[in-house]
Design a protein around this ligand. Structure first.
Ligand SMILES: Nc1ncnc2c1ncn2[C@@H]1O[C@H](COP(=O)(O)OS(=O)(=O)O)[C@@H](OP(=O)(O)O)[C@H]1O
Ligand SMILES: Nc1ncnc2c1ncn2[C@@H]1O[C@H](COP(=O)(O)OP(=O)(O)O)[C@@H](O)[C@H]1O
Length: 216
């Protein structure tokens, strides 16, 4: 197992599942390096995690770094996708699954043409994420699952969009990680304790994994 980054506190605990993640700020999982789309060099990097975990921030930090290294990069951000490709979908289990499958479809297409596709989307259900991984595997397209593992206690203080406050105030229900499920990845390709290191350190860890897998 490869590790990267720095940890300043003890092991983070994945919210809502009781699963304890490794004791470093970043931890690569046991998935084999299978860049079978080697000709194109494309890859999908799915950044899963709670609202305000830092998924979009990490994608925005990483994208220009990869472009500077000569990669073609697209970011499929959850909010934008929900405005267009997934307009009309809500946050039921079924709608979230549909949303994630649509994004997985587009990501795989782009990655199969050599694009590095960064996907900062919650994707709370393991089954949905597995289906996306399987789509990539079947097509021979590289895929990495990255868990942005900021705990709910930190996310709810950040509360970028005020959703945690709204849930606490009874204005909304079904908020991921609070009163809606978040099934944390058991064996992601990389787990980033984004609350224990800087954005730049998180991006560097991910960039180094991509390089290791031949995708950066
Ligand atoms: N109920 C509820 N639960 C979770 N998230 C909510 C909810 N309502 C709105 N939002 C906001 O929707 C943003 C996009 O969600 P996603 O498409 O990433 O979610 S999902 O994968 O389909 O579950 C997501 O963006 P991020 O905060 O960037 O993760 C949320 O801010
Ligand atoms: N180490 C860190 N990594 C990522 N984001 C951080 C970090 N420290 C603070 N933040 C802040 O946390 C917030 C995360 O928001 P965002 O990236 O939109 O989360 P998400 O896309 O997961 O909902 C941003 O305001 C970001 O500046």
């Amino acid at each position: 197992m490869t590790t990267a980054g720095t940890a300043t506190t003890g092991p983070p605990t994945d919210v809502g599942t009781g699963i304890t993640s490794p004791d470093t700020a970043t931890d690569t999982g046991g998935h084999s390096a299978t860049p079978t789309d080697a000709d194109s060099g494309g890859v999908t990097v799915w950044l899963t995690g709670l609202p305000s975990a830092g998924k979009s921030t990490l994608a925005r930090e990483l994208a220009p770094r990869l472009r500077a290294a000569g990669r073609r990069v697209e970011v499929l951000d959850g909010d934008e996708i929900r405005e267009f490709l997934s307009a009309g979908l809500g946050f039921s289990r079924e709608d979230r699954h549909t949303n994630v499958q649509r994004i997985g479809f587009v990501a795989q297409l782009l990655a199969s043409h050599g694009v590095t596709v960064l996907v900062p989307v919650i994707a709370p259900y393991a089954e949905s994420r597995e289906a996306v991984r399987e789509r990539h595997r079947a097509a021979g397209t590289s895929y990495l699952e990255v868990h942005v593992a900021t705990p709910v206690e930190v996310c709810s203080v950040r509360d970028v969009k005020g959703l945690y406050a709204k849930q606490a105030g009874g204005e909304i229900t079904g908020l991921t990680g609070v009163d809606d499920p978040y099934e944390a990845p058991v064996d992601p390709d990389l787990r980033i304790a984004a609350h224990e290191q800087s954005v730049s350190e998180s991006a560097a860890a991910l960039e180094s994994l991509l390089r290791e897998r031949g995708s950066a």
